[in-house]
Write a protein of this length. Structure first.
Length: 156
């Protein structure tokens, strides 16, 4: 990651190149520091103590929830959900409970309930958004599985 600033007159320019999505909070803190050094007045960084989405449970507790989940979804999928969605796995289970048919796989290990959750709760806008940015399933699914997910997103 490259982060550079250039002051000019009463303003300035900040350029950020590269970086990783998983370090977005630390990067934001660095940007705030740089902007303050340019003379901008703003509040202090506040995200350091805020839990990430789904981040209220430790790994062992999440995996225990995966093991105790509904049999309509394979254990391997429930484990992936626990590590992908954290404590929001309960939202997926509630979705399955209210619509048992949503346990149907759209692609291997990808039930309809997960796609519905991604669209409605995580604001996934496309198959690519879901497969690559939200879950990394693009790396695991074959072409047919990716196409099935694309078709499902296209229908809504």
């Amino acid at each position: 990651m490259t982060l550079e600033t250039r002051a000019q007159g009463t303003g300035g320019l900040l350029t950020l190149i590269g970086g990783k999505l998983t370090t977005h909070r630390a990067t934001a803190d660095l940007i705030l520091d740089k902007l303050q050094a340019l003379g901008l007045t703003m509040g202090t960084a506040w995200t350091k103590g805020v839990q990430l989405y789904g981040g209220s449970l430790w790994r062992d507790a999440l995996l225990a929830r995966a093991e105790a989940g509904p049999d309509s979804v394979p254990t391997k999928t429930r484990r992936r959900w626990a590590l992908t969605y954290g404590d929001k796995i309960d939202d997926l289970y509630a979705r399955l409970h209210s619509n048992p048919g949503s346990a149907e796989d759209i692609a291997p290990g990808v039930p309809r309930a997960e796609l519905d959750h991604a669209r409605e709760e995580k604001d996934a806008l496309s198959a690519e958004d879901f497969l690559l940015r939200r879950t990394k399933l693009r790396l695991l699914l074959d072409e047919k599985g990716r196409k099935n997910v694309e078709d499902c997103f296209a229908k809504t």
